[in-house]
Design a protein around this ligand. Structure first.
Ligand SMILES: NC(=O)c1ccc[n+]([C@@H]2O[C@H](COP(=O)([O-])OP(=O)(O)OC[C@H]3O[C@@H](n4cnc5c(N)ncnc54)[C@H](O)[C@@H]3O)[C@@H](O)[C@H]2O)c1
Length: 350
């Protein structure tokens, strides 16, 4: 799978050029309620040419990243006469790029799509790497395809309307990139005095470059790509559980907790030394408000983890950092080892 070109900066020029060179029968912008208001008008105003287009809008939020929403989108595409030569342009966060990529890569066995990520998380992570998909009955990303978009167009100016909580959620994946592959990146991000969109913009391409390098070596996640899942086996379980509550965590917030607990797990497996585990905990604690996990939920969390895509033969499979800037994968952990890591986390937070 050839990776999609990624353009950073003045994206309207590139989009204009691409649309001029390719005569699509129809163009569909997929947005959610927020990106419809905050991002699409900016993008359209920047385009030189007027193109005929349709807008597909979905309700915002992870709880809508499911087959019902996609079915409605497929029907809308069909009603509006989309054919194999139509183009979908996903304008939004990771929910939109994941779901829009899945919708496009399956409609009529696949139509072309472009990702224009508008959250920090989707710019540094979700829109890059060719993975797309939807949740199934709350189980994260259970159904999807590996399909690269035509291109990924990243403009940090979209981040100006993003809430600080969402910025911090995206920062979590940037910190992960540092932890698994590049100590300098981790140090740079942790040392920043503030973490708003402008402060983080210079580091966006560094994060993308780390992800791109990993994906290029292993596009279908047979091995190395699994390191990108550091923090996600436990983080996804916490995210799935929290989505069933009144106050769900954001993806990055759940992944932060996942990374810390998995750092304790790595330490207990003798992979990570105590000093670096401490440094990881300290780094996250300086950036995020953390609270203990209710361990009566542990059986549920294990249930969610047992559906993780990395598992094989019913064993729970982890990607664990073995030092800051390096990660190992295919580490099998027992339920007891995982429980002890949760307890260590709770003791540390309390
Ligand atoms: N495919 C991958 O490789 C990959 C990697 C990491 C995460 N993900 C997925 O990404 C999703 C999370 O992405 P997310 O955090 O971007 O969530 P999201 O798409 O729900 O966006 C977060 C919120 O920000 C709003 N928003 C988006 N852009 C905005 C803007 N510019 N201004 C104001 N508001 C804006 C959205 O409407 C939403 O309310 C999860 O489903 C996760 O599984 C996928």
């Amino acid at each position: 799978m050839k990776s999609a070109p990624i353009h950073f900066g003045t994206i309207a020029l590139i989009l204009d050029q691409y649309l001029k060179e390719n005569s699509f029968t129809s163009i569909f912008f997929l947005v959610d309620e927020n990106t419809h208001v905050h991002c699409l008008p900016i993008l359209l105003a920047d385009l030189d040419n007027l193109y005929a287009y349709e807008i597909l809008e979905v309700d915002t939020g992870e709880q809508n990243k499911n087959i019902e929403t996609v079915e409605n989108l497929w029907l809308a595409l069909a009603d509006l006469g989309a054919d194999r030569h139509s183009l979908v342009i996903n304008v939004g966060g990771g929910v939109i790029t994941d779901m829009g990529g899945f919708m496009a890569s399956t409609f009529k066995r696949g139509i072309k799509f472009i990702n224009i990520p508008t959250t920090l998380l989707s710019q540094v992570d979700a829109s890059v790497g060719g993975k797309n998909g939807i949740d199934l009955h709350g189980m994260k990303n259970m159904v999807g395809t590996f399909t690269e978009p035509e291109m990924v167009l990243i403009d940090p100016k979209f981040l100006k309307t993003l809430e600080q909580r969402q910025i911090k959620s995206g920062l979590a994946e940037m910190l992960k990139h540092g932890l698994i592959h590049d100590r300098d990146h981790w140090d740079n991000l942790v040392q920043l005095l503030s973490h708003n969109a402008d402060d983080l913009a210079p580091f966006i391409m560094d994060s993308i470059e780390i992800k791109r390098q990993v994906v290029e070596q292993d596009p279908y996640e047979k091995g190395l790509r699994k390191i990108l899942n550091f923090g996600h086996t436990i983080g996804h379980a916490i995210e799935s559980e929290s989505l069933e509550t009144e106050f769900p965590l954001l993806h990055g917030e759940a992944i932060v907790i996942g990374m810390i607990i998995e750092a304790f797990l790595a330490e207990s497996k003798g992979l990570l030394n105590a000093e670096e585990r401490f440094e990881i905990c300290d780094g996250f604690a300086s950036l995020y408000a953390l609270s203990t996990i209710d361990l009566t939920l542990f059986p549920h969390l294990i249930e969610w983890m047992s559906h993780d895509k990395k598992n094989k033969n019913n064993a729970i499979n982890f990607s664990l950092v073995n030092k800051i800037g390096e990660c190992t994968y295919n580490v099998i952990c027992t339920e007891n080892e995982i429980r002890l890591a949760f307890e260590s986390y709770n003791n540390w937070v309390a």
